[in-house]
Design a protein around this ligand. Structure first.
Ligand code: F0G
Length: 496
């Protein structure tokens, strides 16, 4: 009997078999031995702000962010050596140009020195946002920028330029229906209303794919298409915040009718066919530790509406980052990105990646931990209010901050509050907190870094913490309550 026939019979049960990772460890880093008492003392020293906690003291999983913390592949490490640090027109720049064209579309990267400058490299995502909104803000008009959910730095950059950010989260996000997919969509009904009343105030509409602030949930092709048609009808450009574009494409392939036979590449091309421009932090789906970019479509609405913008951004880039052919990136970073953008499009990589995050979240869910479902692309979001159900925790006790502090001190895992403290505001006149709609602790999973065993340990720690949640006291803010971007800077202590 032929072996190919034998395996056909055997492989019937393939789905029941655990999937191995599509990669193996190339190099590893040992952690330090640190006791929970040492971590607790350190956390008190840094005012319970996990951002200031030394990563060298983390003995569990560092899930503070999925940004810039990817373990790079052997190919990327090798490519670093090919980095060309020429001041003008380094070798990697041309390779990256071809890669960007191949993935996002020809029109997003003109040849350097020829045609309109439309591809701008920055050191990270927020630097692109800063450039874009600085120049949009200079138009002097009362502007507003709607989105399916602005990321915190995006929102802050918009506001810093006296533009009003508007978050039109999908009603599905808070519907409580666990199986409803594409909770990252923009609320089309609300967008239509806003366009009807205020379209002349919108320089662009922004879609964040996937929707980080909205639970890391994906955005459907249907929504992208509808938004593009709507805003283009009003002559408004569509922009993407495209940090997690490949993960978003995977969700479309596997969960949106009509896309299961399409390749990730074909889906990405279609997504970007609707965009007039995009900003991107390459620290996510670029699979690199540093880098960002802003791209305008050659004949898109954005450059038609703002013909001076390419020159303005070019000048901004030269003033603040570097020559346009490297921008804010070193030649070696560009080479790592050139490889990273190729790897991120691998279906085996993406399937493993999304499954890892999903299994992590499902394991929490199965243990009765209140997580946002379905699980998003890069992180698991724990509902703080539900976590503290049945305890005396009040909204201004900032349970999410306390939870993160105890989790880190006791078990060595670092997560981050994205909820009442991070997105809330202190009204100095009324002397009270204004709470946002969502109150999460986010467990962001770095790419290619942790194994199942590591994430299982986080679940086990949380289960144990959930059982003793009544013992986590509220915190009080000792510094920074009234500051903008306060979560990065504030300090706290547990109330007696
Ligand atoms: N847009 C989104 C959707 C993001 O998630 C981030 C960063 C940025 C823009 C800014 O990019 O960090 O390169 O300046 N998100 C990280 C996070 C920090 O942890 O979610 P950046």
């Amino acid at each position: 009997m032929k072996l190919t026939d034998i395996i056909k019979d055997v492989l019937v049960k393939q789905d029941a078999v655990m999937h191995p990772r599509p990669y193996y460890n190339h190099s590893v880093s040992f952690k330090n031995t640190v006791s929970s008492e040492e971590r607790a003392e350190m956390l008190e020293r840094v005012g319970l702000n996990v951002f200031f906690f030394p990563s060298a003291m983390i003995t569990g999983c560092d899930l503070l962010s999925d940004s810039g913390v990817t373990s790079m592949t052997d190919e990327q490490w090798a490519a670093l050596h090919k980095g060309d640090e020429a001041y003008g027109s380094n070798r990697g720049y041309y390779l990256l140009k071809d890669r960007v064209r191949e993935i996002f579309g020809e029109g997003f990267f003109n040849d350097p020195g020829e045609g309109m400058p439309n591809a701008f490299l920055f050191h990270q995502g927020r630097a692109c946002e800063n450039a874009l909104f600085t120049h949009l803000g200079k138009t002097g008009k009362a502007l507003l920028i709607p989105s399916n959910g602005h990321f915190d730095t995006t929102q802050a950059n918009i506001m810093a330029n006296r533009i009003t950010p508007v978050n039109l989260f999908s009603p599905a996000l808070t519907s409580g229906r666990p199986d409803e997919m594409f909770k990252g969509d923009i609320d089309i009904t609300e967008l239509k209303k806003l366009l009807g009343s205020s379209h002349e105030h919108m320089p662009l509409v922004y879609l964040t794919i996937t929707n980080n602030t909205g639970g890391g949930q994906p955005v459907s092709m249907k929504n992208i298409e509808e938004v593009a048609q709507l805003v283009h009808h009003y002559g408004i450009p569509l922009f993407f915040d495209a940090c997690r574009f490949a993960e978003n494409a995977w969700f479309i392939k596997h969960h949106e009718p009509g896309y299961d036979k399409k390749s990730i590449k074909a889906i990405v091309t279609k997504i970007f066919s609707f965009a007039d421009g995009f900003t991107i932090s390459f620290k996510k789906d670029g699979l690199v530790n540093m880098g960002g970019g802003m791209f305008f479509k050659n004949d898109g609405l954005f450059v038609k509406k703002f013909p001076r913008m390419p020159e303005n951004i070019l000048d901004h880039q030269i003033l603040t980052e570097g020559h346009p052919t490297y921008g804010g990136m070193s030649g070696r970073d560009i080479m790592a990105l050139y490889i990273g953008l190729h790897t991120v499009m691998r279906e085996d990589y993406l399937t493993y990646r999304i499954r890892q995050v999903r299994d992590f979240g499902d394991a929490m869910h199965a243990q009765g931990l209140p997580v946002l479902t379905p699980i998003g692309g890069h992180a698991v979001y724990l509902d703080v209010n539900k976590f503290f159900d049945g305890t005396a925790m009040k909204p201004d006790g900032f349970g999410g901050i306390g939870l993160c502090a105890v989790l880190l001190a006791a078990y060595g895992h670092r997560a981050c509050e994205l909820g009442y403290f991070t997105f809330g505001q202190y009204d100095q006149e009324k002397k009270e907190e204004i709470f946002p709609r969502v109150n999460f602790v986010r467990f962001a999973v770095p790419r290619l870094r942790y194994e199942k065993q590591d994430l299982d340990a986080v679940v086990a720690s949380l289960v144990s913490l959930h059982e003793s949640r009544g013992k986590i006291p509220p915190v009080e803010v000792t510094y920074g309550r009234e500051l903008a971007l306060r979560h990065f800077k504030a300090r706290f202590r547990f109330k007696k």
